[in-house]
Design a protein around this ligand. Structure first.
Ligand code: AHR
Length: 307
């Protein structure tokens, strides 16, 4: 019966569903996997949300294309994690002209015109860098100069720029620390391993490695072991994220500490998107509360770790 068919198709379309376009950075780390899952799960639990999620696979050009496709599809809200800080002026101006509010999740942008985005939901990366350095100052391994190798995340990305900034800020206020090499990677385990191997093969044996995320630290740990040294003992390894894998490495004595960076932003993103779609005022910055984790408490904390 054609009229029944028509009715059935009308019933399956919920006119009140809000279309949310999410442009994910990529699949570079276990942190990112947890972040992506958190957004998917939060959207799935909300019957009012129609989630369109696309993965930019680490390419800014691709992420811009994805945002343009969201504008063409006339989504109600766009949420995205900018791979790098700059280069978003044009595409975000297009979203503004189309009347689509933009939420920045996890990473910030550098723009002339900050009216091109509505709210930022994520961590204070500068503070994360400071926390890593403060721990190091308290646990200075040698009385003389402490030599550090820094393994940076993706060039031009907010977490790489800001973690470095916070780390340096605290170290320059304390005597006896020197960064002997600062290598640029991309937040992957492979890049951490490659960069650390390169540094060690060049003959530099630092007392400390500061990796901008756990995955890079895990790669560095492999490289240190390949050189016949003991990570966590011969070379102190510190990083950011505090994922389950980092807890396991702490329990094994190979990672000394990790600064927490919470990826579970899904519920806040969904709430902000709904508030924006219904014209509610929302805060400009929604910053996650975080702490640090070390080997001393890893055993207790690993049991409650969700990612
Ligand atoms: O933007 C957050 C960072 O990106 C995380 O610390 C890192 O693991 C991820 O890839």
């Amino acid at each position: 019966d054609p009229s029944l068919k028509q009715m059935a198709s009308r019933m399956s379309v919920n006119p009140k569903k809000m279309k949310l376009g999410v442009a994910v950075v990529g699949s570079e780390s276990s942190w990112r996997a947890a972040n992506t899952e958190s957004i998917k799960n939060a959207a799935a639990q909300d019957l009012g949300i129609d989630l369109i999620m696309q993965n930019a696979e680490g390419s800014q050009d691709k992420q811009i294309e994805i945002i343009r496709s969201f504008i063409q599809q006339r989504v109600d809200v766009i949420a995205f994690t900018p791979i790098v800080e700059s280069g978003w002026d044009d595409v975000l101006a297009e979203a503004k002209v189309a009347g689509i509010p933009v939420i920045l999740t996890d990473r910030k942008v550098k723009l002339e015109d900050d009216s091109l985005w509505t709210t930022f939901i994520g961590s204070d990366f500068v503070e994360e860098g400071r926390r890593a350095a403060r721990w190091l100052v308290e646990h200075k391994p040698v009385s003389g100069e402490t030599q550090i190798v820094e393994l940076q995340g993706t060039a031009g990305s907010a977490p790489a720029i800001e973690r470095r900034q916070g780390f340096e800020e605290v170290l320059t206020q304390n005597a006896g620390f020197r960064v002997i090499a600062s290598e640029v990677g991309d937040f992957t385990t492979e890049s951490g391993q490659q960069l650390m191997s390169k540094v060690l093969q060049q003959g530099a044996i630092p007392q400390v490695v500061f990796a901008h995320n756990d995955d890079m630290a895990l790669g560095a740990i492999k490289a240190i072991e390949q050189m016949g040294l003991k990570p966590g003992k011969d070379i102190i390894v510190i990083s950011v994220d505090a994922t389950k894998l980092a807890f396991q490495a702490m329990l094994a004595g190979k990672l000394n500490m990790s600064v927490e960076c919470n990826p579970l932003l899904g519920p806040q993103i969904i709430k902000a998107a709904k508030d924006l779609a219904t014209g509610k005022e929302i805060p400009v910055n929604i910053i996650t509360a975080e702490s640090i984790f070390s080997q001393e408490t890893a055993k207790r904390d690993v049991t409650t770790r969700k990612y």
